[in-house]
Design a binder for this molecule. Structure first.
Ligand SMILES: Nc1ncnc2c1ncn2[C@@H]1O[C@H](COP(=O)(O)OP(=O)(O)OP(=O)(O)O)[C@@H](O)[C@H]1O
Length: 253
């Protein structure tokens, strides 16, 4: 049982983009030291929610606390790591050159020896030590994803927010990344919030936030979700909840 206060607490979280209300009054928590999946179809609002969490989204209403502070608070800058869908590493530099560059930008004035030891640490964490001197342009998709992740790990974040990190990867590389996420949670107590639109990835999460059309359908463990919906997979549980929500909507019309 995790009795620590949650890493994220949202109440009535609402976001408008243009004329649309993209997130509609969400209430949820994200427990510390676990891997929570944010699952839902393309366009349901996952990236918008993650952007709100890291303070990069305009027109956010309601309450959104991250590690005990309002989302986007300056003290969170070094405590929250964010990996966007677009790769954040330079393809014409080697992996270690990228990491050394970002380490300098993130902590200017750090002694060269300290920077080098940080770079060595994150290379080992994402299992890219053997590829440290390879150009990013020569890496596989999974290795590139891990290089982006390594940048986010430079500051030893307590919360890692990952937007569809496994998109476009083959099943073996996806499995490799999920192992890494769980290792970070187990070894460092890092909290991970990982978005995906691939329902089978839900089975790999400790906890799930299931989203559709800007609303949360469920906030539970995969086991509890399957049990409460009497289904065999999280994908079936999701479909069950979608149907249930549609019936409810019709009944209240
Ligand atoms: N800049 C924008 N202005 C207005 N609406 C936007 C903007 N960006 C996204 N949206 C809308 O907000 C909704 C949620 O988008 P968001 O990117 O959060 O979804 P998502 O679940 O992350 O999708 P995907 O899995 O495809 O990345 C979509 O309907 C989208 O059309």
């Amino acid at each position: 049982m995790n009795s620590a206060p949650p890493a994220v607490r949202a109440a009535g979280l609402t976001v408008t983009r243009g004329a649309r209300t993209v997130l509609q009054g969400l209430d949820f928590t994200v427990p510390r030291g676990q891997v929570t999946g944010l699952l839902g179809p393309s366009g349901c609002g996952k990236s918008t929610l993650l952007r709100a969490l890291v303070g990069a989204q305009a027109k956010v209403a309601g309450r959104l606390d991250v590690l005990g502070h309002p989302a986007g608070h300056p003290v969170l800058r070094s405590r929250v790591g964010y990996v966007t869908q677009a790769p954040s590493v330079y393809t014409d530099l080697t992996v270690s050159q990228n990491l050394d560059y970002f380490a300098t930008v993130l902590a200017p004035g750090t002694a060269r020896a300290d920077r080098r030891s940080t770079v060595r640490r994150v290379l080992a964490e994402v299992d890219l030590t053997a590829h440290a001197d390879h150009l990013v342009s020569r890496l596989s998709g999974g290795q590139r994803s891990r290089a982006s992740l390594a940048v986010a790990l430079l500051g030893t974040p307590e919360l890692l927010v990952l937007d569809e990190p496994t998109v476009g990867l083959d099943p073996v590389l996806r499995r490799e990344l999920w192992h890494l996420f769980h290792r970070l949670a187990a070894d460092h107590g890092t909290t991970l919030l990982v978005s995906s639109h691939v329902m089978d990835e839900a089975e790999r999460c400790d906890r799930l936030l299931l989203m559709r059309d800007g609303r949360l359908l469920a906030d539970d463990t995969p086991d509890a979700l399957r049990a409460s919906t009497r289904t065999a997979t999280v994908e079936d549980a999701f479909l069950h909840l979608v149907d249930q929500a549609a019936h409810h909507q019709e009944a209240t019309r």
